[in-house]
Design a protein around this ligand. Sequence first.
Ligand code: HEC
Ligand code: HEC
Ligand code: HEC
Length: 366
Amino acid sequence: MLPKWFNDWNSANPTNIYGPAIVIGAAGGAVFVAAMLVAWGQPYATESLQTGPRGTGMERVEFVSTLAAGDPTVAGFEAIEPIVPRRGDPLAGDEYDVVPPALENVTAANYERLLTSMRAWTGIPDLLEDPDSYQTQVAYRMIEMTQNLNENWSAHVNANAEVGVTCYSCHRGQAVPNNIWFRVGDVNEAADGWPAIQNRVTMTSNFTSLPSTYLEQYLLANEDGSYTPIAVHDLSARVARQPGDPGIQNAEMTFGFMNYIDNSLGVGCTFCHNTRAFYDAGQVTPQWATAQLGIQMVQEMIAEYLIPVGELLPPERLGPVMADAPMAACRTCHQGQQRPLQGLNVIGMYPELATTSGDYDYSAFE
Ligand code: HEC
Ligand code: HEC
Ligand code: HEC
């Protein structure tokens, strides 16, 4: 490809031009890449969050591009400012036929506003219109549930700042929220009483060989009303296994659940634990305590609201295997974010959904 005169000259004066050409080419390429990095930025830049003492590896590293992408549903949250009630304003009960018992004390104007918001949040345009619709009965319970979450679980849902929960936290504009779950139960008995709950390709097991039943194991009450403890570690030395000692199956079940928590929040184990001592509540981060409260909150929410709501739902809404009620857990609210909706304050404009007392605090809007 080089001109003939050059090859002739070169054969008479042998000089290695390929070596210098490669060096110049490589140097030029490096300058180009460096220039692009300066001009466009590092595509794999990471940001890290230190969660524990230095040197313990307690940190969370994420691509800046992933963080910047964020949660696309944040922009879809619609909020309307309350109308501060004046003495003599009519109440919702006076003006509307269908009024949720939990909102009887709301003024008609604010009820209208709530209705507009709740319809947008749940994507049900005629929500609370037809007294005979099951959706009306379900909505009554859902409003009570939301008030209870905000009032009695404030230490979780307002752990860092005012964030709270509204219908949108779970529904995101849809009648049936994403990331709900159903029981799958034991399909058949494998050898020696260990049901075949593992090695099944399920979303719940995050496509691992871990059990698919950890949510029902830890979040649903046992027959006597107790909850299965989340325990793996036992620090006492022992020669023979004692009945009740945690076994490998408890470890797998716990790992399945912890894996779910990680994915729900988009974090890793060191967000909550010092991984050298998972059992030690003295070496955890503040988020561990928020998470533990979250587990109790979800247990109560399921037992007191979601299982009873299952009785109101038509059969097509029930679980495919057990025909059970649709249930929520960490992922239903968090949807992969450390704080649902990236910590957007959803409750600030809705004092009516923040308390079960019927006594609403509009002072911030006066
Ligand atoms: C913690 C999560 C959560 C919150 C908060 C929540 N919901 Fe729900 N909602 C659910 C789940 C889970 C279901 C069951 C899904 C189904 O019906 O299949 C449901 C079902 C419903 C349904 C029945 C939909 C249907 O067509 O089956 C209505 C209506 C409803 N919710 C209204 C509300 C309203 C109104 C609010 C706010 C006051 C609210 N929800 C807040 C989780 C939630
Ligand atoms: C968002 C916080 C959080 C994250 C992330 C998390 N955990 Fe946990 N973990 C907890 C809480 C809270 C408990 C205690 C639950 C209880 O006892 O009620 C716990 C308990 C455990 C236990 C049982 C300890 C014992 O006493 O036997 C193990 C083991 C464990 N986690 C492992 C993990 C692993 C492995 C990961 C990562 C895949 C992980 N955790 C991620 C919060 C978290
Ligand atoms: C009803 C909705 C809802 C459910 C269900 C829920 N959370 Fe949360 N969680 C929130 C809200 C809202 C916040 C934000 C509080 C704040 O930042 O002030 C939060 C915050 C947290 C935090 C603190 C994050 C931080 O940056 O400090 C942890 C940890 C957490 N949740 C874990 C869990 C776990 C684990 C579960 C399931 C067992 C769970 N949550 C279920 C609503 C929920």
